[in-house]
Design a binder for this molecule. Structure first.
Ligand code: HEM
Ligand SMILES: *[C@@H]1O[C@H](CO)[C@@H](O)[C@H](O)[C@H]1NC(C)=O
Ligand SMILES: *[C@@H]1O[C@H](CO)[C@@H](O)[C@H](O)[C@H]1NC(C)=O
Ligand SMILES: *[C@@H]1O[C@H](CO)[C@@H](O)[C@H](O)[C@H]1NC(C)=O
Ligand SMILES: *[C@@H]1O[C@H](CO)[C@@H](O)[C@H](O)[C@H]1NC(C)=O
Length: 491
C-alpha cells in the first residue's frame, strides 16, 4: 500500500512545484527585471554600499554583484529599488536619453540647497538653452582668451603663501573657490571672498548629510548659510544691473548673463551662479589633491612630469612669467596624468536618473518611475576595459590603444545633454596647478591619508604635505611686471 501512495504524493508535490515555478517564471518574463536582491526592507542594501565606500577598496560592492548577476542588476539603496548599471553601452544609453527616457532627480533636501532655478534641476527646453549658455561661458576659446591669465595668476598667488607645512586639500579648495568667484563676477581674492567662502563651506556640508538630512543640524545650518550666500550674491547682481545700465560692462559670466537678453530675475541669476560654485568646488579641488597624491606614490611619473614643466619654464626669461595657451597645449604627458587621475579617482562615481517610462534594454525591463544608477567607476576600474585597471598608470594614455577604444568606456564628465560644462576648465586648472606646483616645490606627505569614496571621492584628511622650494625656482632679483598684473581689480 505504502509503496503505491509514495509515488502519488511525490507526483502531487512536483506538480505544485512545477506550477509555482512556472508562475514565477511567467512573472519574471513579463517584467524581466534585472536580477539582484533588494536586501532588507526599507534600508535595502544602503548600509552595505556606504560601508564598502568608506574602506580602501569600495569595489567589492559592485564586483560581487556584477560577478553574480552580470553588469546590470537590481539593488535597493536610499529607500528605493534601483537598477545599477556597470555596462558601458547601457551607461551611454542612459546619458544620451536624458530628457527623453530618463530624467535626473534629486532628493528634496538637495533641491533646497541648490535653489529651484539651478541648472542641475532644470528640465526640457529650458535646460537645453541654459546648458548651452553655460557651455559657452567656459569653452576653450574663452579659456584661452580670458580665463587662463587669471587661473595662472591666482594659482601663483596661492602658492606664494605656502609655508613648509600645508593642507593641500584646503589650499586646493581655496584656489577653486577664488577662481570661480573671479570668473563669475571679477572679484579678486580678499576679505569679501573669504567671508563668503566661510558661509559657502557650511552650505557644501549640507550636501553630505544624506540619507537623513532632516534630522541633521549640519543640514539646518547649511540652509541658513545658503540664505546668507544668496543675499550677498543678490547685492552684487543688483549693483551690476545698475552698472550695466550705465554701459559699464565687465567681461565675466555675470556680465554675459546680464547681456544675454534673457531678462533673468535676480533669483535666477543667483541660483545659476550657486550651481557653478557647487558643481566645480569639491570636484576640482579633489582632483587637484588626488593628482598630487597619485604622483607622489608614482615617482617615475612625477619625474617625467617635472621634466615636461621644467622645459616650459626654461623657455621663459623669468620664473614668474605667465603661462600661454601654447604652453598648455604642449603639455602632452600632463594630459595623460590628468586623464589617468580622472579615471582612477572617479570624483563623480556615477549618476542617478529616473525612468520616465518602461524601458527595455539588454533583454531587461526598467519599470517606469524606477531609479537607475549608471556607474562610471565600475567601467573605469574594470580590467576588461583597462589593463591593470586599479593601478595609476598615466603612460597607458600614450599608447593609442586605450583612446581608440569606443568613447563610452571613459566618461569622467558624463555625457549627452548634461555633459559637464566645466570639463575643459577643470582640465586647464589642474594642468596649470601641476605646472606651478612641480616647478616651484618638492614635497612629501606629512602623514598617511586614506581616500573615502562616498558620496564623492574625498581624501579622509586634508592631505597635509611638507613642501620645500626648489632651488632653481627662486625668483631672481628683478621683479616680473607683466600685462596680467594690470587686469581689472574690483572692490
Ligand atoms: C574634475 C572636475 C569635474 C568633474 C569630474 C565633473 C563631473 C561632472 C559630471 C559627471 C557631471 C554630469 C552630472 C549628470 O549627468 O547628472 C557634471 C555636471 C555639471 N558640472 Fe561638472 N565636473 C567637474 C568640474 C566642474 C566645474 C569646474 C564646473 C564649473 C564650471 C562644473 C559645472 C557643472 C555643472 C553646472 C553641471 C550640471 C550640468 C547639467 O545638469 O546640465 N563642473 N560634472
Ligand atoms: C565659445 O563661446 C563664445 C561665446 O561665449 C562663442 O562666441 C565662441 O564661438 C565659442 N567657441 C567655441 C570654440 O565654441
Ligand atoms: C523683465 O522681467 C520683469 C519681471 O521679472 C518684467 O517686469 C519686465 O517687463 C521684463 N522686461 C522685458 C523686456 O521682458
Ligand atoms: C584624455 O581623454 C579625452 C577624453 O575625455 C581624450 O579626448 C584625450 O585624447 C585624452 N588624452 C590623452 C593624452 O590620451
Ligand atoms: C639677488 O640679491 C641677493 C641679495 O639680496 C644677492 O645675494 C644675489 O646675488 C642676487 N642675485 C642676482 C641673480 O642678482
Amino acid at each position: 500500500m505504502a509503496s503505491f501512495i509514495t509515488p502519488l504524493i511525490l507526483l502531487f508535490i512536483s506538480a505544485i512545484f512545477l506550477f509555482l515555478h512556472r508562475r514565477s517564471r511567467y512573472r519574471r518574463l513579463r517584467l524581466r527585471l534585472p536580477p539582484g536582491t533588494l536586501g532588507l526592507p526599507f534600508a535595502g542594501e544602503t548600509l552595505q554600499l556606504i560601508s564598502a565606500y568608506k574602506t580602501d577598496n569600495p569595489e567589492p560592492f559592485i564586483d560581487h554583484r556584477v560577478h553574480r548577476y552580470g553588469p546590470i542588476f537590481t539593488t535597493h539603496v536610499f529607500g528605493e529599488p534601483t537598477v545599477f548599471s556597470a555596462d558601458p553601452e547601457t551607461n551611454r544609453f542612459i546619458l544620451l536619453n536624458e530628457g527623453k527616457l530618463f530624467e535626473c532627480s534629486y532628493p528634496g533636501s538637495i533641491s533646497n540647497l541648490l535653489g529651484k532655478h539651478s541648472l542641475l534641476l532644470m528640465k526640457g527646453s529650458l535646460h537645453k538653452k541654459m546648458h548651452s549658455l553655460t557651455m559657452s561661458f567656459a569653452n576653450s576659446s574663452i579659456i584661452k582668451d580670458h580665463l587662463l591669465v587669471d587661473i595662472d595668476r591666482l594659482i601663483r598667488l596661492n602658492l606664494d603663501s605656502w609655508s613648509d607645512r600645508i593642507f593641500l586639500m584646503e589650499e586646493a579648495k581655496k584656489i577653486t573657490f577664488e577662481l570661480t568667484v573671479k570668473q563669475l563676477m571679477s572679484f579678486d581674492p580678499g576679505e569679501w571672498t573669504e567671508t563668503l567662502r566661510k558661509e559657502y563651506v557650511l552650505v557644501i556640508e549640507g550636501f553630505f548629510t544624506l540619507p537623513l538630512p532632516l534630522f541633521s543640524t549640519t543640514y539646518r545650518r547649511a540652509i541658513k548659510a545658503r540664505t546668507k550666500v544668496a543675499e550677498a550674491l543678490t547685492l552684487i547682481v543688483r549693483e551690476r544691473r545698475k552698472e550695466s545700465a550705465k554701459e559699464e560692462k565687465k567681461n565675466d559670466m555675470l556680465g554675459a548673463l546680464l547681456a544675454s537678453g534673457n531678462n533673468f530675475s535676480d533669483e535666477e541669476i543667483v541660483d545659476f551662479m550657486l550651481a557653478l560654485l557647487v558643481a566645480g568646488y569639491e570636484t576640482t579641488s579633489t582632483i587637484m589633491t588626488l593628482a598630487v597624491k597619485f604622483l607622489t606614490e608614482t615617482p617615475l611619473a612625477l619625474a617625467q612630469l617635472k621634466e615636461e614643466h621644467d622645459l616650459i619654464r626654461a623657455k621663459k626669461s623669468h620664473p614668474e612669467e605667465p603661462l600661454e595657451w601654447t604652453d598648455y597645449k604642449s603639455m602632452a604627458f600632463t594630459q595623460c596624468v590628468v586623464n589617468e587621475t580622472l579615471r582612477v579617482a572617479n570624483i563623480i562615481g556615477g549618476i542617478f536618473r529616473r525612468a520616465m517610462t518602461d524601458i527595455n534594454i539588454k533583454g531587461y525591463t526598467i519599470p517606469k518611475g524606477w531609479r537607475v544608477f549608471a556607474s562610471f567607476r565600475a567601467v573605469h576600474l574594470n580590467p576588461d576595459h583597462y589593463k591593470d585597471a586599479r593601478t595609476f598608470n598615466p603612460w597607458r594614455w600614450q599608447s593609442n590603444s586605450e583612446t581608440t577604444s569606443p568613447g563610452n568606456v571613459y566618461t569622467p564628465f558624463g555625457g549627452g545633454p548634461r555633459l559637464c560644462p566645466g570639463y575643459e576648465l577643470a582640465r586647464v586648472v589642474l594642468s596649470v596647478f601641476l605646472h606651478r606646483t612641480v616647478t616651484r616645490y618638492s614635497w612629501f606627505p606629512a602623514e598617511e591619508d586614506k581616500l573615502v569614496f562616498f558620496p564623492t571621492t574625498r581624501t579622509q584628511k586634508r592631505y597635509p604635505i611638507i613642501v620645500k622650494r626648489r632651488e632653481e625656482s627662486r625668483p631672481s632679483n628683478q621683479t616680473w611686471k607683466g600685462k596680467e598684473e594690470e587686469s581689472e581689480i574690483v572692490d
